[in-house]
Design a protein around this ligand. Structure first.
Ligand SMILES: Cc1cc2nc3c(=O)[nH]c(=O)nc-3n(C[C@H](O)[C@H](O)[C@H](O)COP(=O)(O)OP(=O)(O)OC[C@H]3O[C@@H](n4cnc5c(N)ncnc54)[C@H](O)[C@@H]3O)c2cc1C
Length: 372
């Protein structure tokens, strides 16, 4: 039976549900009646899927599927921020040069140029949609992160992803042409004569087929394939698997992002400690208090992530320890409180931070998608 996530139902939920959180307004129940006629189906409702839905022509009927509740995605967990060359004195050329340098010659220059050159417009569009990035004296605030020669990372405290996806989800739910179906697990691409004609979706115990001339995979990363990850449990690489199953050629699978620092609490999931913490001035130190990263790279904590991850790993092997520390004392307390309220909350829960103290970083570089 074709899935018809009724537009009518969505509108009435929106009309009557002013008090309800945006995520609750996504349709949760099963298949409704006949129908279809989707112009595009998007698999995934993180930042990529939501933003894509909002960029498609308003006259298209768009179905946005997520296997989880709408409020759950790696995007909602993103902490530090988004890079774009928009500060006075910055330029696309500098951003491209920094990115190519951090990529150690492995980046495709055209891809980097595309990303960097479109970033300012995308930020402008996020601001227009209502994303409340932090500001200083009315201007967008920017911080530094590893490998960036200029402060160019926009943020919303240390919950930038939440600010972005909450706004995008609210916008998507208001658009009459976009229907969000949560807890709809896409299991297959529907192939006919070598062309993708739609998707097979599991909702509850039923497998339904949704026909659409356009299917967009925005199913996020696959950090859960690694033994250590800071990703949510939904990050299982489904988009890659679906494409592979349909015969797509996969490439560059070795390029998974490693994030160097996460809170190490035995038995607990890894909690990512944003790179922005190092960007604001925190130091990585060993048990003896030595700022060891400078032995491995002149940029120390702000060397590219793979370099910092390897420095931590090598130092642990050298010292025979299972952790290093992130020393926040170089950052003024008020700044720490203002910039990282969520990180402080989580670390204080475990009594890992006492102003202004240290907290231990994961014994191995984390794996999976970290932050940019
Ligand atoms: C802790 C943490 C901190 C981070 N910090 C930053 C940061 O500061 N800056 C930055 O730029 N990036 C950061 N990142 C990385 C960033 O969050 C991701 O790169 C980005 O969110 C990926 O967005 P996405 O939309 O592709 O995927 P996701 O946000 O993961 O969304 C994937 C969507 O696909 C859906 N889905 C998956 N499989 C299926 C299926 N089979 N059927 C239906 N739906 C499916 C999921 O339910 C979800 O809705 C961070 C990541 C983590 C985990």
């Amino acid at each position: 039976m074709p899935v018809d996530c009724s537009l009518q139902q969505k509108r009435s939920e929106n009309d009557g549900g002013g008090e309800r959180a945006a995520e609750d307004r996504a349709m949760e129940e099963g298949v409704v009646g006949e129908g279809g006629g989707w112009d595009a189906v998007i698999v995934g409702a993180g930042a990529a899927g939501l933003y894509t839905a909002l960029c498609l022509p308003a006259e298209w009927k768009v179905l946005l599927l997520t296997k989880e509740a709408l409020n759950l995605s790696a995007s909602g967990w993103a902490q530090g921020g988004i890079a774009a060359a928009i500060a006075p004195g910055d330029s696309s050329m500098l951003h491209v040069a920094d990115t190519l340098k951090a990529g150690a010659g492995l980046c495709e220059p055209q891809a980097v140029e595309f990303l960097v050159e479109h970033a300012p417009d995308c930020i402008a569009s996020l601001v227009e949609l209502g994303v409340a990035f932090d500001r200083i004296a009315g201007e967008l605030a920017m911080t530094r992160e590893a490998a960036h020669s200029r402060p160019r990372v926009l943020h919303a405290a240390d919950r930038t992803g939440k600010a972005v996806v909450t706004t995008l989800a609210e916008q998507a739910l208001q658009r009459p042409n976009i229907q969000v179906c949560s807890r709809a697990f896409v299991l297959r691409l529907w192939l006919e004569q070598g062309c993708c004609r739609g998707v097979g979706v599991m909702r509850g115990n039923a497998l339904d087929w949704v026909r659409s001339p356009r299917v967009i995979l925005a199913a996020g990363g696959g950090g859960q394939v690694f033994s250590h990850t800071t990703n949510p449990t939904l990050s299982t690489g489904d988009g890659v698997a679906l494409a592979h199953q349909a015969g797509a050629q996969l490439r560059d699978l070795e390029f998974f992002q490693f994030h160097p620092t996460a809170l190490m609490v035995p038995g607990a999931p890894c909690f990512l400690i944003s790179e922005a913490v190092r960007g604001e001035g925190a130091h990585l130190v060993d048990d003896a208090g030595d700022r060891f990263t400078l032995q491995y790279h002149p940029d120390g904590e702000l060397a590219p992530r793979d370099v910092v991850s390897r420095a931590i790993f090598q130092h642990l092997q050298k010292t025979g320890r299972d952790h290093v520390w992130l020393d926040l004392r170089p950052i003024p307390e008020a700044q720490v409180r203002y910039r990282f309220p969520n990180i402080i909350r989580v670390c204080q829960n475990g009594e890992w931070i006492c102003f202004l103290g240290l907290f231990p970083s994961l014994r191995l570089p984390t794996t999976g998608w970290g932050e940019w």
